[in-house]
Design a binder for this molecule. Structure first.
Ligand code: TYM
Length: 339
């Protein structure tokens, strides 16, 4: 029984748990802004309920949520064209997440690499929320019947789980109610690596600030971090094949390609043969030119908290027009009285 045509709809989210970095920008934010221009209805979310799966200082959480909202807008998300929301302000996310907690299996959750990484050796002490994290993520997406989810490479396994949860729900209740989402993992920078270690992804939780470029870094800091980025002694190759066993070099070229909207081959055609002494300053200039205006716009927006809160309140209202009927129908399918 097919209840829905599943019209294309984009959803994605970012945790408000600290500074946005270049990986978040190139792997997610920049691509959201590009997707918005393709005219598909898009919903972008600050996932504050996900952030508290590890303890957050309440004042910092508020600040980071508003900062992230400013970051979305500064990166090009227009609240008139896309729906911009904070997760806890749309209660249907958490309500559907409970249903999915009852659909997902413990074994599925236990296999998530992010759970294993984050819980580490002391899983007994991790929060139950951290374990259930991917079920809430599935609910974020499926409460909109979203079909396309642009993310970085590290979220791929969570999106596969989202498909498993949708398929199991549909199967258990003999419906075709939830769509099987398509991960959208495209471009040169779906996995931006640490500037200090080409085998580790750039991450908020890396203890070394030199490992990442934050969106709030000033021009000098950006230039310094790129100058100090780990590389090898060889010149840049003229073709992508030449980057195969050179993770640090590959990372910097990928970053250059994503920032300049080129392919890696186009970049190498231009810079092949250059030493890092020449390439790094060019990369730093490019990063400053692309990120500087975003940072400036973010701090301008942050000066008006009332306006940010107004945008989020309006986004929540728009979102609930979509989420309330989908939750109601879910409850009807399950057999809840009153739905
Ligand atoms: P989060 O907050 O860790 O990251 C937000 C987005 O940035 C991408 N990203 C990267 N991309 C390239 N290189 C990197 N080094 C890098 N680091 C982060 C992430 O892939 C992501 O797209 N669980 C999600 C948030 C979430 C979500 C959702 C996403 C909650 N519900 C529903 C999509 C749909 C997370 O923690 O992302």
């Amino acid at each position: 029984m097919s209840e829905n045509q599943f019209t294309p709809r984009v959803f994605s989210g970012i945790q408000p748990s600290g500074d946005l970095h270049l990986g978040n920008y190139l792997g997610a934010l920049k691509r959201f802004a590009d997707a918005q221009e393709q005219g598909v209805q898009s919903i972008y979310c600050m996932v504050d309920l996900h952030a508290i799966t590890v303890w957050q200082d309440p004042a910092d959480l508020k600040k980071s949520t508003r900062e992230l909202c400013a970051g979305f807008i500064a990166a090009g998300i227009d609240p008139e064209k896309s729906i911009l929301i904070n997760q806890s302000q749309v209660p249907e996310h958490a309500q559907l997440a409970w249903v999915f907690n009852c659909v997902a299996r413990m074994g599925w959750m236990g296999r998530m690499t992010q759970w294993k990484d984050k819980a580490g050796k002391n899983a007994e002490a991790a929060s139950l929320g951290l374990f259930a994290y991917p079920a809430l993520m599935a609910a974020d997406i499926l409460i909109y019947h979203a079909t396309h989810v642009p993310v970085g490479e590290d979220q791929k396994q969570h999106l596969e789980l989202t498909r498993d949860i949708a398929a199991k729900f549909n199967h258990d209740y003999d419906v075709d109610f939830f769509p099987l989402v398509e991960p959208v993992i495209e471009g040169a920078a779906t996995r931006v690596m640490s500037l200090r270690d080409g085998s580790k992804k750039m991450s908020k939780s890396d203890p070394s600030p030199a490992s990442r470029i934050n969106l709030t870094d000033d021009a000098d800091t950006i230039a310094k971090k790129i100058r100090k980025a780990k590389t090898d002694p060889d010149a840049l190759p003229s073709e992508a094949d030449g980057l195969k066993d050179r993770p640090e070099a590959r990372n910097l070229v990928n970053i250059y390609a994503a920032l300049s909207d080129q392919t890696v081959d186009q970049v190498l055609a231009e810079v092949g043969g250059q030493q890092f002494g020449t390439f790094k300053p060019a990369l730093a200039d490019l990063a400053v030119a692309k990120m500087g205006p975003i940072t400036a716009e973010m701090s301008r927006l942050m000066a008006d908290e009332v306006e940010i809160d107004r945008i989020l309140a309006r986004g929540a209202e728009q979102a609930r027009e979509i989420t309330a009927p989908i939750l109601k129908r879910t409850y009807e399918i399950i057999g809840m009285v009153g739905a």
